[in-house]
Write a protein that binds this ligand. Sequence first.
Ligand code: NAD
Ligand code: TYD
Length: 345
Amino acid sequence: MKIIVTGGAGFIGSNFVYYLLREHPEDRVVCYDALTYAGDLETLSEAMKDERFSFVRGDISSRVSVDRLFEAEKPDVVVNFAAESHVDRSITSPEIFLRTNVFGTQVLLEACRKYGVTRFHQVSTDEVYGDLPLDRPDLFFTEQTNLNASSPYSASKASADLLVHAYHRTYGVPVTISRCSNNYGPYHFPEKLIPLMILNALHDKKLPVYGDGKNVRDWLYVEDHCAAIDLVVRKGRVGEVYNIGGHNERSNIDVVRTVLKELGKPESLIEYVEDRKGHDRRYAIDPTKIHDELGWEPATRFEDGIRQTVQWYLDHRQWWEHIANGEYKRFYEQLYGEDKEKNKK
Ligand code: NAD
Ligand code: TYD
């Protein structure tokens, strides 16, 4: 099978590339990635040594470039990870989220329709469901929960999901969608909560916690997400949505404290800062469908996953020093910069 992995130079996409190369020796993998600030070829340096792997630089929202890709590669399967993925960036610059996440997905769907594939898989997010109240721990997102996005990021992902459905219903494109909770693990870009806290703590810098720190996320180790996507692509029913999550809800402040503990750093580094606009309170996935239909369940406990992740950042200094380049530094300064008094509570 030949699989195009779009966005494979980013966090989850690169973990998925490595998962495929390891678990499916019969497959060929082509990574198609625009290499935005969030994508890095260094992340794929080990994959580059494998003759079953190739890399093509390109934008999913460029019809010409995507057509060229499909004509040259003739893929069986496309798994779409390519996206603008950071909620805070979507609040300051929403347009690029529409271009990449919505229009880019439509360009890929159109190419799948034109050239024919056995599967187009859309990697979506639990954020399309909006949020749940903190005082109703009995409530979870199921595949039937209404789309109710809060941020420009989640609205763009929800829009893409609707287009994926529409291409199945209207043109018969064989699609699946997975909606996963928050991931953590190796190659996570240091603008997201867990890697940001690890790196700030390592440098004895303040750890900016939004609002009261009580917002809850349902954390899943990235490898478990990759295994779930692989199952959905190979065994999931066409036209279906699968929620992915491991019943691992933690408040942000608990996650931050765990990171500090792992690194032996003091809690005095924690700094409560202004809350994110429209900040979703709680995400929590009901994974019954993927468990019952495909037999998936997470293999990594949070305590082990977080330890491995902290260790990975300690062992891969070169990777994150290289990543924290000019563009990222500018964004960080803009969001949390010391001159921004308004960020302090
Ligand atoms: P990421 O930001 O780390 O990586 C995104 C990748 O897409 C980068 O390599 C980037 O260069 C590439 N890209 C961006 N725009 C592109 C374009 N126009 N054309 C081609 N490539 C482009 O993101 P991630 O955290 O790995 O997320 C991957 C996917 O998983 C996204 O679709 C995201 O919505 C979804 N998701 C993420 C999480 C999470 O916790 N990170 C959870 C659920 C779902
Ligand atoms: P993030 O990693 O951006 O993922 P998402 O917004 O997609 O869930 O943030 C996870 C949670 O951590 C979210 O509730 C926002 C919060 N957060 C902070 O408190 N401080 C930070 O510096 C960041 C980046 C996030």
